[in-house]
Design a protein around this ligand. Structure first.
Ligand code: APR
Length: 270
């Protein structure tokens, strides 16, 4: 693991990143599992990640679901909530989530694309969000895209798989979380593309940037010559393209970044 840079380099990287953000009119961020590590939710890759430890799961989960949704649902109800899901259900937003929400509130962050399904950004106050891999606390119809809060959607174990009750639909309903091999809802992809096209500064936080299409948005921004800021304690696939890398945990880096941005905005007003 890339050790944290000496404090003066960390401070310098935060000053450079703050200058880029304070000068932006529509910054866009891509968040990954590293954002929620300090909330007790494990990452997938990198040091101590779930898959670093246990190996990757099959990448064709959705094929199995589509082949026999009834069976999938029977197994899901029988297995109950696993350890990873339980870590999500007990997690609280951390200082990093609150800092990103503050960047939106002060008019710097125009949109957040998150790969996380834990809802912690929204609970921290973020409003302009695309949950590109869905949200664990919601259910979704595969045919019409209708979504329901999980606790409001009654699943009848005698009538599986659950079906959509929208007039004339009747599609199969599953968790809103996007499975490997499942199509990401087109509206989510459209929003990510539109926001990335508007971006004049791009921030990646806590993502290894190896999963597409999510990782494609910072790449598209860099291709347009937009400055990229990376916040991650470890190097990633995009580090080489970043204008500045803040090598620190997001819960520590983001509050410092917001304070530095606020200082610049204040100074520019005097
Ligand atoms: N703060 C910020 N980043 C951190 C922290 C931290 N405290 N701790 C670890 N990280 C970084 C790791 O260095 C790593 O680069 O978070 C990143 C997590 O990478 P992944 O586990 O690959 O998570 P992510 O990039 O979100 O994965 C993308 O792949 O597994 C699928 O669908 C899943 O949404 C996920 C997608």
């Amino acid at each position: 693991m890339d050790e944290h840079l000496p404090p003066d380099d960390l401070d310098t990287s935060i000053e450079v990143a703050a200058t880029l953000l304070a000068g932006a009119r529509h910054a866009v961020a891509l968040a990954g599992a590293g954002m929620s590590k300090e909330s007790g939710i494990p990452t997938f890759r990198g040091e101590g990640g779930l898959w670093t430890t246990n190996g990757e799961p099959p990448m064709n989960q959705f094929d199995g679901f589509a082949a026999d949704p009834k069976r999938w649902w029977e197994r899901r109800l029988a297995e109950g909530v696993g350890a990873f899901a339980a870590s999500i259900d007990s997690a609280q937003p951390n200082h990093g989530h609150r800092a990103l929400a503050e960047l939106e509130a002060i008019g710097v962050l125009g949109h957040l694309i998150t790969q996380n399904i834990d809802d912690l950004h929204r609970r921290a106050g973020q409003r302009s969000i695309t949950e590109i891999h869905g949200n664990r606390h919601w259910m979704r119809c595969l045919r019409c895209g209708q979504r329901w809060p999980r606790e409001e959607f009654i699943v009848d174990p005698e009538d599986l798989p659950p079906h959509c009750d929208v007039e004339g639909c009747g599609g199969i309903v599953k968790s809103d979380t996007v499975m490997f091999g499942e199509m990401i809802p087109p509206a989510a992809l459209d929003r990510c593309e539109r926001e990335t096209a508007l971006a004049d500064c791009f921030l990646t936080v806590g993502t290894s940037a190896v999963v597409y299409p999510a990782a494609g948005y910072p790449v598209a921004a860099v291709r347009r010559g937009i400055p990229l800021i990376e916040v991650n304690p470890e190097p990633t696939a995009l580090s080489q393209f970043a204008s500045v890398v803040v090598r620190a945990p997001s819960g520590e880096a983001l509050p410092a970044l917001v304070a530095a941005v606020r200082a610049r905005l204040e100074a520019s007003r005097t």
